[in-house]
Design a protein around this ligand. Structure first.
Ligand code: FDA
Length: 396
């Protein structure tokens, strides 16, 4: 029988990193995947340029940027493999990168450079990669495991599950990790699509969809959490970074708040417009600060005819109330079809934060998106994949 010291199922971000680390420690490693190519999500990430980390993913700032039933769980791995560690790998390969906004690091060129780097590093570390290999079953065998594949049975001392979440089923995402966790007695928290566009009921959509293609900077909030980034109107509802971020916090039946002029100077601007351009209608005034079609929609909602020069302070404040506190009630999300990640997953109570090993099943590790750790948009999810993969590879 084909015997290995470490088998990793899933040749994505987390699995490849775990393979590199275990291989460098001299372990005989095999990485398996049912897909034809490794790292497919890396390849399509960040609009093809891979937002491979975020400089704010560790330390104090990083603390509230990962959602989990136990938000402290991720901190151990994130402190042991930091954004600087991944940048060092990228620099060693001479891959050019740049910082965009908000600490987000992207390749200057193509995301395939990151996939290439990981695959080459795995090979250099002595690890093997076997693709197009469906996994039929996993069983405990003594202190190790048997992995039944479409191409025969493999034995291993340590097994690392890195098969990701449910997002983008078209690309081969499965609920494999969750089923396996349950098979071995681990709990799985509720899973739902996250970093995903929000949809609206037909009545609300009829008002919003004529704005499809319009983008504006806004603060989108849910409770005390808010994100000031781009908001994009689409034919199905709302998207853009601010919406994707809030989708991880929003729940069915709840409203989100949208502040269309989040810099706080809106009232002063309206007063200046009243003084300088008193004959203009309110939507014309607003179109100096908002995209024209959006200003028109807000103006229609306000139902305040006449010239801005005739508006009292109170009336201008009512305009700003509408601009700063637009409350919208999404009806759902676009689902796993377009979600960047899966929120929830394998309950961290069952895992050792330093090694990602299942507490009740020595030798079995779960890493990456499959675990109940979900980062903000902006490179946080890859940093979690690298860090959790690294610590599992270090321990396996
Ligand atoms: P990942 O999904 O990467 O890998 C899992 C692997 O397991 C895959 O290769 C799959 O084929 C394999 N697999 C699944 N089921 C299997 C089975 N039953 N048998 C065998 N193999 C199986 N994040 C970020 O930080 N910056 C970014 O720019 C982006 N951009 C982005 C864009 C888009 C469109 C998406 C969908 C997602 C992102 N993300 C992102 C999120 C990021 O891609 C994600 O968090 C990581 O890829 C998760 O890494 P994992 O290794 O855990 O899973």
């Amino acid at each position: 029988m084909d015997k290995h010291e470490v088998i990793i199922i899933g040749a994505g971000a987390a699995g490849l990193m775990a393979g590199i680390r275990a291989g460098r420690r001299g372990r005989r490693v095999l990485v398996l995947d049912h897909a034809r190519d490794p790292g497919e999500k890396i390849r399509i990430s960040g609009g093809g340029r891979c937002n491979f980390t975020n400089v704010n993913a560790t330390g104090k700032l990083g603390r509230d940027r990962f959602l989990s039933q136990n938000p402290r769980f991720a901190l151990s791995a994130l402190s042991r493999f930091t954004p600087a560690d991944f940048i060092a790998m990228v620099d060693r390969r001479g891959i050019a990168w740049h910082e965009k906004a908000l600490g987000q690091l992207f390749c200057d060129g193509s995301a395939t450079q990151i996939v290439g780097m990981l695959v080459e590093d795995l090979r250099a570390a002595g690890g093997a990669l076997r693709l197009s290999t469906p996994i039929e079953a996993v069983e405990r065998a003594g202190e190790g495991f048997l992995v039944r594949t479409g191409a025969g049975v493999l034995a291993t001392d340590r097994l690392i599950i890195a098969t990701g979440g449910k997002s983008i089923p078209k690309m081969g995402a499965t609920g494999f990790a969750y089923r396996l966790a349950e098979q071995f007695g681990l709990a799985v928290t509720e899973t739902r699509p996250a970093l995903v566009p929000l949809t609206f009921e037909p009545g609300a959509l009829a008002r919003l969809s004529p704005l499809a293609g319009v983008s504006t900077e806004a603060r989108v909030s849910h409770g005390k959490t808010g994100f000031t980034e781009a908001l994009l109107f689409t034919h199905r509802g709302l998207s853009g970074p601010a919406i994707l971020q809030i989708s991880s916090y929003w729940r069915e039946g709840e409203a989100i708040g949208v502040d269309l002029m989040p810099d706080g100077n809106g009232l002063d601007r309206l007063k200046a417009a009243r003084r300088d351009t008193p004959r203009l209608a309110i939507q014309t005034v607003l179109s100096a600060f908002l995209p024209k079609r959006l200003a028109q929609l807000v103006g229609e909602d306000l139902e305040m005819p006449g010239m801005v020069g005739d508006f009292s302070d109170k009336k201008l404040m009512a305009v700003m109330e509408r601009v700063n506190r637009w409350s919208l009630k999404p009806v759902g999300t676009e689902g796993y079809r377009t979600a960047e990640v899966t929120l929830g997953g394998i309950n961290t109570d069952g895992l050792d934060a330093r090694t990602m090993e299942a507490k009740g099943v020595p030798g079995l590790h779960f890493i990456g998106e499959a675990v109940d750790v979900t980062g903000w948009l902006g490179g946080y999810n890859f940093q979690w994949a690298w860090a959790s993969g690294f610590v599992a590879g270090e321990a396996a």
